[in-house]
Design a protein around this ligand. Structure first.
Ligand code: GLU
Length: 371
């Protein structure tokens, strides 16, 4: 574990967002929290059908929350248990440049609101942010346009469909289901492109990620530009529905650029930490409105992992957003910002190892926000 410098958490924050210890979100001291978990695990076994636990041992399902010193060891164990899955996934080869990634990589960085930093696995290789940028896109659109303008253009419902799905447009609705499917993100990219240039958006992302040096990966940008027929089709449909604010080519270019920004797990962990701190950046500055953070976390929880969102909400129970570059941004409100990376993807387009490792960690650490 290493320490990084972070101003003290603002204690005026509402209690649910303040937890510094594993039991903090339940307002219990650590020792009582362990008893609380134990009591609950016993109740569960006494009253529920044992078959619900099939495939899991009691220890794996309801292990006592570990004190945070054990977090780094638990991260390493979660990665170790998840590595065998990597060979079952595949790279996002529909963007040719992404098919060059090493599918064996898997890493995690976690930053805590008390200033502790934890790292395990492969955290040094850069990758493109892809759909995780849609979280910053939503935050910037909320900042510039406000809630009503944003949600007059996109919905707030899970689509239950893959990221580039068409069916949520046109016949049954007049706008994309949510801001995290491609059509919703192209609508918001168009809205932003009409008001700011890409450099201003990049500066915003740099601030949230606490890294002034983020930049575009030109190889991935050009690769996606050459193969973005699907996104072009979506953009034309959006134009027909009068949902584009800026010119079609400018809107698509803005969208493609923001997907091509290069990050590392630590950048995503800082992004998550800013959300965990309800919009305070690493310097203690309030850079996001707390209500915009709440809206964004709710959408990450319900729509952040495409048609894998429901399962992750049940099994891990923390807000998260994935990208086809293999990144995952996750947040334990009031406690941790998390950046995961593993380019081998499951059938939903989410990092197969990253998703599994986060599910294991959420169980071992007692992170489920609804538990
Ligand atoms: N740039 C990717 C696309 O538009 C993003 C997809 C994703 O990460 O889910 O296809």
């Amino acid at each position: 574990m290493t320490k990084f410098t972070l101003p003290r958490q603002d204690n005026s924050l509402p209690a649910p967002y303040r937890g510094q210890s594993p039991g903090g979100d339940r307002g219990l001291p650590e020792s009582q929290y362990q008893n609380y978990q134990l009591a609950n695990s016993q109740n569960f076994l006494e009253t529920e059908d044992q078959s619900l636990l099939s495939g899991f041992t009691l220890a794996e399902t309801y292990r006592l929350a570990q004190p945070s010193d054990a977090l780094e060891a638990n991260m390493a164990e979660a990665l170790h248990l998840s590595r065998p899955l990597l060979s079952q996934g595949r790279l996002a080869d529909y963007i040719p440049e992404l098919a060059k990634a090493n599918p064996d990589l898997l890493g995690l960085t976690i930053l805590a609101t008390d200033g502790s930093a934890y790292q395990a696995g492969d955290c040094d290789k850069p990758f493109t942010i892809q759909s995780i940028a849609k979280v910053a896109l939503l935050l910037k659109a909320l900042q510039l346009g406000g809630f009503a303008q944003v949600f007059s253009r996109v919905g707030m419902e899970p689509s239950g469909a893959p990221f580039s799905e068409f069916t949520t447009l046109g016949d049954f609705s007049d706008k994309p289901s949510n801001p995290f499917i491609n059509s919703g993100a192209i609508v918001l990219s168009s809205f932003l492109a009409a008001h700011i240039n890409f450099e201003t958006f990049l500066a915003f992302l740099c601030q949230i990620c606490n890294n002034p040096n983020l930049q575009l990966d030109p190889a991935v940008y050009n690769s996606e530009r050459r193969t973005s027929e699907r996104n072009h089709s979506l953009a034309w449909e959006l134009k027909r529905l009068k949902l584009l604010t800026a010119d079609l080519d400018l809107s698509l270019d803005f969208y493609t650029k923001l997907c091509s920004i290069e990050v590392r797990p630590r950048d995503l962990a800082h992004f998550g930490l800013c959300l965990a701190r309800r919009g305070q950046d690493a310097a203690g500055q309030q850079i996001l409105r707390a209500e915009d953070v709440t809206t964004t976390l709710a959408l990450m929880y319900t729509c952040g992992l495409y048609d894998g969102s429901g399962e992750f909400a049940v099994e891990a129970g923390i807000p998260a957003k994935s990208g086809v570059g293999g990144g995952i941004l996750a947040v334990v409100p009031g406690q941790y910002g998390i950046g995961a990376f593993g380019p081998s993807l499951d059938r939903n387009g989410n990092s197969i190892g990253g998703i599994n490792a986060l599910k294991i960690l959420s169980h071992t650490q007692g992170w489920h926000v609804l538990a």
